[in-house]
Design a binder for this molecule. Structure first.
Ligand code: HEM
Length: 480
């Protein structure tokens, strides 16, 4: 970290959009591009930031909207892409190592081994060195996505890029993702951008330097190094773009199996009281109710989005459609994990104010998540449909190593933040092997039930570390 940075006032029109504010369109297309002709590709970067919509789709900025646009368009560039655009070795050396190494080279840190290894990634990520740009189009229907894609291909004389492939995502059933959870609820809110009165949150507002280079971070007096020249690095951000396949049938089968185990367990009743008013209200069998309890404990929220921290015994005590109150909680009064297990996915990714080993790390590794499902909704009547489904996600931060990788490696994979989970993996997306995996369900009266035999439910099908340059940076690349 460096101790100084250029911290001028933020001009939101100079930033790429989708960083501080999510677009919330219904569909997404990620185009994976390789530079075909350097000069034309550089000139195209000038065209997409020049303001003339007749020439090319324009980069969507963070400038506040009067009317929401019918489509949004943004790009992220890999280290190989910057090199292909002619960025010198000297400038590349000013970028952090994890970015210049690229995601595939960091596979072990991210749990990308076995079936998730980069050598097994699917096209267009099967040759990571060729992935130069991920251009993301957001719209509410496929016709708009197609139109913008055609314009991306047609502009730059049709010579700037080779389209290596595309990955489409679409919302089904609101913000629901595969595995049946409501997602997209917790996001950092930023100092100077969000009004705390609109977003009451037990967590502090995040400084802009959490996600933008050149701004104050959550570490007092310290700034992430800004790639040089400053025009290139300032107001940029990094994204870990991930294509994560989800084994929904495997997940549901595990819930079935583990609910039977809990039903037979002598302390299972401590997780779900025999006279639970919710079970009576819901009409669920006790086995099916235990499946829901377990799904909630693995995530930290009931599948409808209601957090265990606020409603540990039932999912129907709060309005699940209103995201603001659903984010306003902490784990400080739940140190023993009786409400939300210390090993739950959400608590591992963001321990909020919990007591953790890395005491300075509370609130410092926050990630902006822009994810959307791909593939059709799972149909329980066809568990073996053979269709790949999962999550396409941009995980944004100002420092990939200190935020995305630190969360993934220290907290999700190793559980270093809490001695009670050290040595276990994240129950939802960890690289679990039934031979030695475990997940602990703390009980209200003390003690815990330890479940074993969790398989891996999420595998990596592709991805890339991307730099999201500001608009002046894109113009700088165009001119260079
Ligand atoms: C297929 C993979 C994944 C699934 C199904 C999944 C699912 C979820 C769900 C259902 C939530 C709760 C909804 C919310 O609070 O907005 C959540 C929260 C979260 N997830 Fe994931 N997730 C996945 C991958 C990841 C990855 C790879 C990371 C980061 C390395 C991550 C980081 C987070 C964070 C930071 C939160 C918010 C926690 C908080 O602020 O309280 N997730 N995830």
């Amino acid at each position: 970290m460096s101790a100084a940075a250029n911290t001028g006032a933020l001009d939101r029109a100079q930033l790429q959009g989708n960083i501080l504010r999510g677009y919330r369109h219904k569909q997404v297309r990620h185009l994976v591009l390789a530079v075909a002709e350097r000069a034309t590709a550089c000139a195209w970067l000038g065209t997409i930031t020049g303001g003339d919509t007749t020439l090319a789709p324009q980069i969507t900025t963070e400038a506040p909207w009067l009317v929401k646009p019918d489509h949004c368009f943004n790009i992220g560039i890999t280290a190989q892409g910057l090199r292909a655009l002619g960025v010198s070795a000297e400038v590349m050396a000013s970028f952090p190592d994890e970015f210049t190494d690229g995601m595939a080279a960091r596979a072990l840190k991210l749990g990308d081994f076995g079936n998730s290894a980069p050598s097994r990634w699917s096209a267009p990520f099967d040759d990571p060195a060729l992935v130069h740009v991920v251009a993301t189009i957001h719209a509410d229907d496929s016709a708009h996505l197609d139109r913008v894609q055609q314009r991306v291909q047609a502009t730059g004389n049709g010579q700037a890029w080779r389209v290596l492939g595309a990955r489409d995502g679409a919302n089904f059933n609101g913000d629901q993702v595969h595995f049946g959870y409501r997602d997209n609820i917790s996001q950092p809110r930023f100092v100077g951008i969000h009004d705390p009165a609109d977003y009451p949150d037990a967590q502090p507002l995040a400084p802009l330097g959490t996600v933008l280079l050149g701004h104050k971070t959550a570490f007092e007096g310290l700034f992430w190094p800004v790639p040089q020249p400053a025009v290139l690095g300032h107001n940029g951000s990094f994204s870990a773009f991930r294509v994560l396949a989800q084994d929904v049938a495997g997940f549901e089968a595990y819930l079935d199996h583990a609910a039977s185990e809990l039903l037979a367990h002598p302390q299972g009743h401590e997780l779900l009281a025999p006279d639970s008013a919710w079970v009576a209200r819901s009409g669920l069998t006790r086995h099916n109710a235990l499946r829901e309890v377990l799904a909630a404990k693995m995530c930290g929220r009931w599948r409808n989005g209601v957090p265990l921290a606020l409603s540990p015994d039932a999912p129907d005590t709060m309005d699940p459609t209103h995201p603001v109150p659903l984010g306003n909680f902490d784990y400080q009064n739940d140190n023993d994990g009786a409400r939300c297990p210390y090993g739950a996915h959400m608590r591992r990714c963001n321990p909020r104010g919990s007591t953790i080993v890395q005491r300075m790390a509370n609130h410092t590794r926050r990630l902006v998540r822009r994810g959307i499902p791909y593939g059709p909704a799972y149909d329980p009547a066809k568990p073996d449909d053979g269709i790949e489904r999962g999550l396409l996600g941009h995980f944004l931060s100002a420092n990939l190593a200190a935020q995305f990788e630190a969360v993934h490696y220290d907290w999700l994979n190793l559980g270093l933040q809490d001695p009670r989970i050290t040595g276990s993996n994240d129950p939802l997306l960890g690289a679990n092997d039934p031979v030695d995996s475990w997940f602990e369900l703390p009980l209200p009266a003390g003690g815990a039930i330890r479940l074993r035999g969790l398989p891996r439910f999420v595998s990596t099908r592709g991805g890339a570390y991307l730099f999201l340059p500001s608009l002046p940076a894109l113009r700088h690349l165009a001119a260079a």
